[in-house]
Write a protein that binds this ligand. Structure first.
Ligand SMILES: [Zn+2]
Length: 274
């Protein structure tokens, strides 16, 4: 297996090629990234005061969906924590506090930036300060304490670290120059901007953008195009919510799969098979 980074945009976006991988194995990695890599999300909310127009349940649901910065090295999943306590301990839960009152004449919008981490866990805070939660009229107030915990996307989507996590076959697009007369139909029909016409011939300028729709091949009047894919080479695109860096999601997904294999092997060992 060979991995090559194609594009890295900030911490949150990553695309890479993996060669020598079966689609089945790639799909296991994709599913592990979506549903089995843990991140922090608000899981319990103690509402002290809520005089806004929003029901407590709706407010709690909105809070749960706010992506939080996650430190996987400092926290453990509640089910794996030794404390076995319902509210959790400092190893398995983090506290955030919200206290906003509508002031002045107009409407006060409560944003995710108003959710302040408790001094015991200063690094567990919303990824963005600009997510609107609720609007308050003058005199309305919300006071609450929220408990964030690690969890996985297979239990609830709020614990999924990724917003985009897909792969596609590695495209191979070729133009047969002896047949091409530079009519430019491929340029017009391609919605991924793969081709250009130079000096009376079509050229492939951006092969990796091709999504193998086949439109260029079927519309070319000269039968000059070939759009195929490299067997066992796949391009992954990973974009995270910001809770974890994209590379960390990939690494953790492999760890999850490795752990599953270890468990499988140890169970085979118990059966005396290996
Ligand atoms: Zn604990």
């Amino acid at each position: 297996m060979k991995i090559e980074i194609l594009e890295k945009e900030g911490e949150d976006k990553l695309s890479f090629v993996v060669r020598g991988i079966s689609p089945q194995f790639a799909n296991s990695i994709r599913r592990a990234m979506i549903a089995e890599v843990p991140v922090m999300a608000i899981d319990d909310v103690y509402i002290i005061e809520n005089t806004s127009v929003m029901y407590d349940e709706v407010l709690a649901h909105r809070l749960g969906l706010i992506p939080l910065k996650t430190d996987l090295d400092s926290y453990v999943l509640p089910e794996e924590c030794e404390c076995k306590s319902e509210t959790g301990c400092s190893r398995c839960s983090a506290i955030l506090v919200l206290d906003v009152e509508g002031t002045g004449e107009g409407v006060t919008t409560v944003y995710s930036g108003d959710l302040k981490p408790h001094e015991s866990n200063p690094d567990v805070k919303p990824v963005s300060d600009k997510i609107p939660i609720v609007k308050l009229a003058p005199g309305q107030r919300i006071r609450l304490e929220a408990y964030a915990r690690l969890g996985t996307g297979k239990k609830h989507a709020k614990w999924s670290p990724v917003t985009r996590c897909v792969y596609k076959y590695y495209p191979v697009v070729e133009v047969d120059e002896s047949r091409c007369d530079g009519c430019g139909i491929c340029v017009d029909v391609c919605h991924r901007d793969v081709f250009e016409v130079r000096d009376g011939k079509a050229y492939v300028k951006n092969q990796l953008r091709c999504d193998l729709c086949g439109e260029c091949v079927s519309r070319c009047p000269h039968d000059a195009l070939k759009a195929e894919w490299e067997k066992n080479s796949l391009i992954f695109f990973v974009e995270t919510t910001g809770a974890l860096p994209a590379w960390r999601v990939v690494v953790e997904a492999f760890r999850v799969l490795a752990k599953k294999c270890e468990i499988f092997l140890s169970q085979l060992g118990e059966l005396g098979v290996v």
